[in-house]
Design a protein around this ligand. Sequence first.
Ligand code: SAM
Ligand code: SF4
Length: 332
Amino acid sequence: MTKGKLIDSLGRIHNNLRISVTDRCNIRCFYCMPDENIQFKPRNEILTFEEIVRFARVAAQQGVNKLRLTGGEPLVRAGLPKLIRQLATIPDIDDIALTTNGILLAEHVDALKRAGLRRLNISLDGLKEETFERIARRKGLDRVLQGIFAAKAAGFERTRLNAIAIRGITESEIVPLGEFARQHGLELRFIEFMPLDAEGNWSDDQVLSGEDIRQTLQEAFGPLVPTVRPDPSQPAMDYRFADGVGTIGFINPVTQPFCSDCNRLRITAEGNIRNCLFSIAEWDARKIMRCGGSDDDLVRLLHECIAAKKSGHGIDSPDFVKPERAMYQIGG
Ligand code: SAM
Ligand code: SF4
């Protein structure tokens, strides 16, 4: 297998692979999953750890050096530290991160750290139990908070909180979340609600823009000072609080799309490669791996997928087609 780079027709170099390890989850956020009657993929259709590692190794040969494990809820997949240990041995992979809802984090955090996990994103949409249950349709905020404190104690290189911004829900959580993040020395990012919910209820009037949140934070904490972007492909715009305590970021995919700098590709839990969250096409890597295909076949598939990447997600276009898959089936 020869080394290469995953460059699309617009010159975007793809070095960032999101790996979904499961479509299952222990809560039911309305912006991601249905509440009931969910058809999870049968276990034999989900990639094994060996298949995930093989795919990641091939992707690394094609220039991928950053991995993020996601889902569904990645911590419901048994043995995740074992997978991380295997991924950490792949030459050229220099960053492994995890996105989690935090519910199972306290019990796994030490094993994850020992396995080689460097960075953690924990989803926290608010600090009120009422907000949590309204969004997650399950209980669990206390466990998420325990998970956050356990992650802090474990001393990861970076632990970040992600809050989805939803008009009508998030407004009263903005300042408390800002205070919480500052008090505990955690980075906080607000992410605009995207049309990837399973129940098809998204509408643009539910999107609370990053700009609106920034105004609210400035009224409460004083001016926010833009920070220098270390990596132009990072989707977030980060700011420092004027008193020097803490940073806050905004990922505004709906109101300020960042597709022109996108460096991400994804593989779903059952092994389909996607070049965009909003892609309506997928490239089946599992078939290659289970039918005796070679690593070169996987390389060809990867390049085919990247070559077909569109310039942008087109959410604001009248021709926008919402992908059939919801967020939990893609891997956020
Ligand atoms: N279960 C884990 C979690 O919630 O962190 C990982 C998977 S989840 C799909 C990954 C991220 O996507 C989370 O931060 C979640 O809040 C976010 N997300 C889910 N649905 C979304 C949507 N419709 N719009 C924006 N972000 C969304
Ligand atoms: Fe589960 Fe994460 Fe989706 Fe919420 S956002 S339902 S925690 S996968």
